[in-house]
Design a protein. Structure first.
Length: 148
């Protein structure tokens, strides 16, 4: 028997949240914070952010640096901040990117730790909100040319 991977345990959590949202339409999810800082959820969030790559934020911390100094230790520290209510997002790194029509537009780049927390929140609340989408709405999200 193999140990469950973060992907499997997070999928199980997502399925149970979505089923609850679909079967009990009037149910309100008041206590989700404890699910955001679960170890498996944070590991999966990190893996997804790592797959997206992206530049370092205002703190200059990169994925390579995090992995070199110990990803589990880094995630443990982040989890501790979340549990204790001491987590505070850092400012965005402002960069300017060129527009196709000329000129530039601002882009805010969050720190990796903020991206991981944002992804963890999406992993938890996403299935709840998806339960409310009609099939037509879901297909419109996938097809940006839809004129619903």
């Amino acid at each position: 028997m193999s140990l469950p991977t973060p992907v499997k345990t997070v999928e199980k959590l997502q399925i149970s949240l979505q089923m609850k949202a679909k079967t009990e339409l009037s149910f309100r999810f008041y206590a989700l914070w404890d699910k955001v800082f679960r170890n498996d959820v944070l590991r999966e969030a990190f893996a997804r952010c790592r797959a997206n790559a992206g530049a370092a934020g205002v703190d200059g911390e990169t994925f390579e640096q995090i992995e070199a100094h110990g990803q589990e230790r880094w995630l443990g520290k982040l989890q501790e901040e979340l549990i204790k209510g001491q987590y505070v997002p850092k400012p965005l790194l402002r960069v300017w990117i060129p527009k196709s029509s000329g000129g530039q537009r601002p882009l805010g780049i969050p720190c990796i730790r903020d991206r991981v927390v944002q992804m963890a929140v999406v992993l938890v609340i996403g299935p709840i909100f998806e339960a409310d989408l009609l099939p037509k709405h879901y297909s419109c999200i996938l097809d940006f040319k839809c004129a619903c």
